[in-house]
Design a protein around this ligand. Structure first.
Ligand SMILES: [Zn+2]
Length: 293
């Protein structure tokens, strides 16, 4: 049920419009236009990176709203041979929603993503990894709708069997993300996202070594905005104005942490890792997947 560890690296992208989703998180809107040009540019950055690495194929966890507004972009990702998987409909914290809401949002996203990509949607990752893990109801929905999930993070894979039993999982494969302490004085970090971008490559190297030592497949996840060097997904001062001065200043600084600081380093750090580890391809093609249908 859990894929065995191979000698290589899994790499996936959570393909979302950061500016749209942050405005929703901050209560600035329910939804609005996506930054389509920025998402296309980010895709081209990522595609260029993959082309330099033997034209590798990977998995893109895409939000349903991107498929709804930019179906041609999702079609392009699929046409280039990548897997289009699901990253929920909006970028919402699922653990704040009921299982019925979750199922409704997932079905909507799956319909949009499969229509745009022309392929079945087999995998899922929860926005911010926030799926309810204390009660099995949300994982039971995943078990019905998907072949695999990549929302679980740990440094103790020996706990996976107990987690599966608590969630009542019999079929769904789990592709967990390693989250461990790269140094006794540092907190636990996931292998990807802002940790990968903001910290030196040596930290990611330690996390990769930690994953291997724990018997977990090293798996790096990143986002479109981390590949953009021009702040394409930054909210403007006018967009942040309704928050008031104090919050506007806070979020002005905070969003730079995601959208600009260290963004030029991402491809370089990945390049260095890929001199030692090969990319293992799309998640749906990994060993340990259940039979479809
Ligand atoms: Zn996300």
């Amino acid at each position: 049920m859990t894929a065995p560890v191979a000698d290589g690296l899994l790499f996936s992208v959570d393909f979302e419009d950061f500016s749209h989703d942050l405005k929703r998180d901050l209560g600035l809107w329910d939804t609005g236009p996506l930054r389509g040009d920025a998402l296309w540019r980010a895709w081209e950055e990522i595609a260029g990176f993959l082309a330099r690495h033997d034209d590798a194929k990977i998995t893109f966890f895409c939000t349903g709203i991107v498929a709804e507004r930019l179906p041609d972009l999702i079609a392009r990702i699929a046409a280039d041979g990548h897997e289009v998987a699901c990253h929920y409909h909006m970028h919402d914290e699922m653990d704040r929603q009921t299982a019925a809401e979750v199922e409704c949002n997932l079905r909507r996203a799956i319909d949009l993503l499969s229509a745009a990509s022309g392929a079945p949607v087999r995998g899922f990752r929860a926005p911010k990894f926030r799926i309810e893990k204390r009660d099995p109801a949300q994982y039971q929905v995943l078990e019905r709708l998907f072949d695999y999930d990549s929302s679980y993070f740990t440094d103790r894979p020996d706990g996976l069997a107990a987690f599966r039993a608590r969630m009542g999982l019999t079929r769904l494969a789990l592709l967990p993300i390693y989250s461990g302490r790269p140094h006794p004085r540092l907190p636990a970090m996931k292998l990807g996202g802002s940790y990968f971008k903001l910290f030196p490559g040596a930290i990611s190297d330690r996390l990769i070594a930690g994953a291997k030592a724990a018997g977990m497949q090293p798996h790096i996840y990143l986002h479109p905005y981390e590949f953009c060097k021009t702040g394409d997904f930054l909210l403007s001062q006018a967009e942040l104005a309704p928050l008031g001065l104090k919050n506007r200043l806070y979020w002005t600084l905070r969003q730079h942490q995601w959208s600009t600081v260290g963004n030029g380093s991402v491809a370089r750090k990945l390049d260095a890792i890929l001199t030692r580890l090969r990319l293992l391809g799309r998640l749906c093609d990994q060993p340990g997947m259940p039979e479809t249908g």
